[in-house]
Design a binder for this molecule. Sequence first.
Ligand code: NAP
Length: 308
Amino acid sequence: MPEIKLPEVELNIYSPRDPVEVPVVENWICTKEASPNYVRHLTFDISGTELEGRIRVGQSIGILPPGEDENGRPHKLRLYSVSSPTEGERGEARFVSTTVKRTIEEWDDNSLYLGICSNYLADLSPGDTVKMTGPSGRRFLLPENATDFNYIFFATGTGIAPFRGMVMELLDSGLENDIVLIFGCPYRTDLLYADYFEPLDNKYPNFTYLPYVSREDRRADGTKRYVQTCLWDDAELLDPILEAENTLLYICGLKGMEGGIYRALAKKELHSYLDLREEVIGKSPDEWDENNLKRHVKPGPRTFVEVY
Ligand code: NAP
């Protein structure tokens, strides 16, 4: 296994007390077709700010939405994963992008809840400005020696954001090793950036895009296709990559996908991706309870996780 050399990163160049104001340059829907879930790709112009050239893919930016909560306090900062590559959106360091899903929930009293920051961002037009902080995050990064590795990216929903930038960056670097992107969403209309990933799968023999559409494509036994079921459903492709000693796993999206992926890895005896504590050694992964998953099953050094 080659040494994983994570780059040094700069953190919080702009803090919530001292944010920078930057304009929006684009805001477009990135679902495959008309979907009841509104997910948007937003790009900001950070030229002339200290952020230019200093945000790495895998990091997040903070956005301070305007206004106050019901107690009269200013709304809190929200973090969004960067979806542009380190060199910047469109290859320009002055542009940084993110991926935002409008949070729309119906509560038990029949009232509608609209997420404060996601709806604020989704409503913006080019030329509008936002207060930005960051960057944040120092763990969920590509190694400096990126071309030494194969990559398996597991994403659910907007968890695809960092992988858009990472795939761009790795393919541009001339990486010859394998990259597999496994993307989970409820319906085919929710495929994010599919118009970008599908042609790449055809163009690059070492890149594979595997959509797992949980509520439409059932497995042979009638259960849902979840990203972790790919360890069986696409075993022919994945087994040799997972067994290679230079493969890294990245997991981003829903909290909860993590446990499913850890169970699947353990069932396939791919223990080198995990850090299993004494309490679960010898115990069947099906018997791991929430406490086991929280305390005794951790990602190993080859596995990078960002879920919430
Ligand atoms: P979504 O479109 O609803 O898709 C989620 C998919 O995951 C669905 O197909 C869902 O299937 C499936 N799923 C549900 N439980 C699962 C499990 N235990 N294991 C595997 N798959 C499972 O997703 P979304 O609304 O965009 O939500 C994405 C989440 O990612 C949000 O919670 C967001 O906060 C998080 N996120 C995190 C980061 C980060 O940490 N940097 C960045 C971006 C997004 P069914 O619904 O059919 O069961």
